[in-house]
Design a protein around this ligand. Structure first.
Ligand code: AMP
Length: 303
């Protein structure tokens, strides 16, 4: 990558990717590439990287000339009493893994860079943010307001051609797609499949909160989603969801929700309708609040 002299104001973990802290320096670092017409990919993360994040970084590396990973634990998307303070952080390791995955620049701003004194603007997507995790009895719409506000800022700071997100956070993906569409952000949003442990557990930074017994119980989430998937394959989404509820109950996991929704507008779906269906689940397991989801694709019709 062709870098301008002003980009020397950066820190670099030993062997890790270059870390930039300020958006003006980031912009100068990217300017030559932009002028040269190179494509820029952005992968927003809160760090504590695992294979799920790495799959997004590798996809970005494959598709784009320049890869930027943002690393920012965004206080605005954590509610009072949530895990902001104990959220796992290890910037040196993250910069190392990012470099190995081919990331060119890590944008890791301090909180004051993102939310300076007098910050008063928020980006809000209505409707989609009021269900599932956005239900006021759960994380609430404020969580997604925090997400959309920071993602809008990251898109403005980096101005990528493509931004990569995980299907794991299916509601977040739907909300970001809607924001990008409604506000005409000139970026393509790419959603990538959930990476799982061999036993089915969806990788998540929050899995670090699980002790061995809770980790075992947490498997009930992905098992329940597989049960819905087979129910749907056998012809009944509702029966699949019923069976999955019993499965969660047997494992002693009480879901905050287990629901079938349209993956784009998140409208409830009662039965198979020939279109992809999102089935999403959330539950508290021990010290972790976990979410998982699956996309059920319609069976190919015989011709
Ligand atoms: P986070 O650091 O949790 O904010 O996640 C950063 C990005 O990684 C988001 O787009 C997530 O959806 C994505 N992600 C998290 N876990 C996984 C996973 N298991 N598989 C694929 N993508 C993931």
């Amino acid at each position: 990558m062709n870098l301008s002299p002003s980009t020397r104001t950066h820190s670099q973990a030993a062997g890790g990717a270059r870390i930039l802290r300020a958006k003006d320096i980031l912009r100068s670092a990217l300017a030559p590439s932009r002028v040269a017409g190179r494509s820029i990919g952005l992968v927003p993360t809160m760090g504590s990287l695992h294979e799920g994040h790495l799959s997004l970084l590798r996809a970005a590396r494959e598709e784009c000339d320049v890869v930027v990973m943002s690393l920012f634990v965004n206080p605005a998307q954590f509610g009072p009493g949530e895990d902001l303070d104990r959220y796992p952080r290890d910037e040196v390791r993250d910069a190392q893994l990012a470099a190995e995955a081919g990331v060119d620049l890590v944008y890791a701003p301090p909180v004051e860079e993102v939310y300076p004194d007098g910050f008063e603007t928020q980006v809000e997507v209505r409707g989609l943010t009021e269900v599932l995790d956005g239900d006021p009895a759960r994380r609430g719409p404020g969580h997604f307001r925090g997400v959309t506000t920071v993602v809008a800022k990251l898109l403005n700071a980096v101005q990528p051609d493509v931004a990569f997100f995980g299907q794991k956070d299916a509601q977040q993906l739907a909300v970001i797609r809607r924001m990008v569409r409604d506000l005409d952000f000139p970026v393509r949003v790419e959603g990538l499949p959930t990476v799982r442990e061999p036993d089915g557990l969806a990788l998540s930074s929050r899995n670090a909160y699980l002790g061995p017994e809770d980790r075992e119980r947490a498997l009930a989430l992905s098992r329940a989603l597989r049960t819905v998937d087979s129910g749907a394959r056998e012809g009944s989404l509702a029966a699949g969801i019923e069976a999955a509820r019993r499965e969660l109950e047997a494992a002693g996991v009480e879901p905050e929700y287990l629901e079938a929704r349209d993956p784009d507008d998140l409208a409830p779906v009662a039965e198979l309708n020939g279109r992809p269906i999102l089935v999403a689940v959330a539950a508290r397991v021990g010290g972790a609040r976990l979410i998982d989801s699956v996309l059920i694709h319609p069976a190919p019709t015989e011709t």
